[in-house]
Ligand binder design. Structure first.
Ligand code: FES
Ligand code: FES
Length: 158
């Protein structure tokens, strides 16, 4: 089947999509958007998090066909061009990235959190990121990145 969707603001088509194919496969293998990562393919790790009609979802759990006609934003689409979003800059500045496999999903999840709660408490950050697993960092640097991104986005950074 042919799937047409708005992906990062552009109308994109993919042909010969298999009915059991995931949105994650569609994005990575057919549309050339490898930012969303495939770590578990079971909805357990959050590495594949993207926005679907403005709501963060695990792209590995969404059938590609379900995305037809909908609005998808991946980590590549959070800012225009090659610019980095303040959340991405904060992850770099706090060294919250090691292997980087969890990072794209975390970036989307933090982007969503800060759009809903501009000044999150640590418990709110932990709750919002509970579905995003990281095997490398121990999470402290990730918490620091979220706090820094919140300060930057609220114009409070020194
Ligand atoms: S790859 Fe989708 S949740 Fe792990
Ligand atoms: S940086 Fe390696 S899984 Fe998070």
């Amino acid at each position: 089947m042919r799937v047409t969707a708005i992906v990062n603001g552009q109308t994109r088509h993919a042909d010969d999509v298999w009915e059991g194919e995931s949105l994650l496969y569609l994005l990575r293998e057919r549309l050339g958007l490898p930012g969303s990562k495939n770590a578990c393919e079971q909805g357990e790790c959050g590495s594949c998090t993207v926005y679907l009609d403005g709501v963060p979802v695990c792209a590995c759990l969404v059938a590609a066909g379900q995305a037809a006609g909908r609005d998808i934003v991946t980590v590549e689409g959070l800012t225009p061009g090659d610019d980095l979003h303040p959340v991405q800059q904060a992850f770099l500045r706090t060294s919250a990235i090691q292997c980087g496999f969890c990072t794209p999903g975390l970036i989307v999840a933090v982007h969503d959190l800060l759009s809903r709660i501009p000044h999150p408490t640590d418990p709110q950050i932990r709750e919002a990121l509970a579905g995003n697993l990281c095997r490398c960092t121990g999470y402290e640097a990730i918490l620091a990145a979220v706090r820094l991104a919140a300060r930057e986005m609220n114009g409070e950074a020194e």
